[in-house]
Design a protein around this ligand. Structure first.
Ligand SMILES: Nc1ncnc2c1ncn2[C@@H]1O[C@H](COP(=O)(O)OP(=O)(O)OP(=O)(O)O)[C@@H](O)[C@H]1O
Ligand SMILES: [Mg+2]
Length: 274
């Protein structure tokens, strides 16, 4: 059994890979990376009704993995570069071997995958952390569930300025519904639902456009999204809109929210199989 552990900026995921198949996934939150990794390992072993001795190796990845040594609770730790984990997971889970994989986590990372070639394309500090921070400041809301629930009834026309608002119709090949300026038209009628949706829209459109530019620069038609931010119900519609505008497809594979941990474990599994 290979246990993949992704110690991220907010959450830590663990996944158990048995003979290359994903058998269980858990998520924990702890601010100390070793506590988080040990907790996630314990939780996945308990979930499986297994014991520590069943684990052959730990594949560790994510920003917090730098804090781990060469073993954890007596089990050897192999560190997998986070971009390798993201690229491996995205392409394997989506079954696409030429794409930009976008990790939508606390921050955003873009990884270029072309066959076995995986490289870091770039990234942005605009991500899930931005969504949480702006929601706290603007709405005094700290729970992701409250924010997404509020956003369900939101109307972007009270907050965002569109191409149509400025030009009265489509212009230069841009439809009138395209965003000209996020938060560029905050009206006095804007309520909390409108603002919540506008925050989600700002974060997702910013990430989406970055990913599209990366895809275009590589002549790719596919973008694969992973990370916990993909769980937000509004994400897929917003990204689909960005994709449609630029002729690129966004794909959210199964297990997208735990993909980075899966990618780390898969990377070690595939290397051992060779
Ligand atoms: N249950 C949830 N549903 C939807 N979105 C969530 C949920 N939990 C967290 N998020 C969002 O996902 C973000 C964290 O994503 P994730 O856990 O993938 O990041 P991370 O791996 O900790 O960070 P990074 O990869 O940037 O180091 C949070 O900032 C929040 O916006
Ligand atoms: Mg992450």
């Amino acid at each position: 059994m290979i246990v993949g552990i992704d110690i991220g900026g907010t959450t830590t995921d663990a996944v158990a890979l048995i003979d290359g198949d994903i058998s269980s996934v858990v998520t924990v939150e702890a601010s100390d990376p070793i506590t988080a990794a040990a907790g996630a390992l314990a939780k996945i072993i308990e979930t499986l009704g297994a014991s520590l001795s069943d684990v052959d190796v730990i594949a560790a990845t994510g920003v917090g993995s730098a804090s781990l040594g060469s073993s954890l609770l007596g089990i050897s730790v192999v560190k997998v570069d986070e971009f390798t984990s993201i690229g491996t997971a995205g392409s394997k889970l989506a079954g696409i071997d030429k794409a930009i994989v976008v990790s939508m986590g606390t921050g955003t990372a873009l990884v270029r995958v072309s066959g076995r070639n995986i490289s870091h394309w770039g990234g942005s500090g605009v991500g899930g952390g931005t969504l949480m921070g702006l929601s706290k400041l603007i709405l005094n809301m700290s729970s992701i569930n409250t924010i997404t629930r509020k956003a369900k009834d939101g109307d972007l026309r009270n907050v965002d300025l569109t191409v149509g608002d400025i030009s009265g119709g489509p212009i230069n090949g841009l439809p009138e519904t395209a965003t000209a300026s996020n938060f560029g038209k905050v009206t006095d009628d804007a309520n909390d639902s409108d603002k919540a949706l506008a925050i989600i829209n700002l974060v997702c459109q910013s990430i989406g456009v970055l990913a599209v530019f990366a895809a275009r620069a590589n002549n790719f038609k596919d973008i694969i999204i992973i990370g916990k931010l993909t769980q937000i119900p509004q994400t897929q519609d917003i990204l689909a809109g960005v994709g449609e505008l630029f002729g690129v497809s966004f794909h959210k594979p199964k297990d997208a929210e735990n993909a980075t941990a899966i990618g780390a474990a898969l990377h070690v599994y595939l290397k051992e199989k060779k």
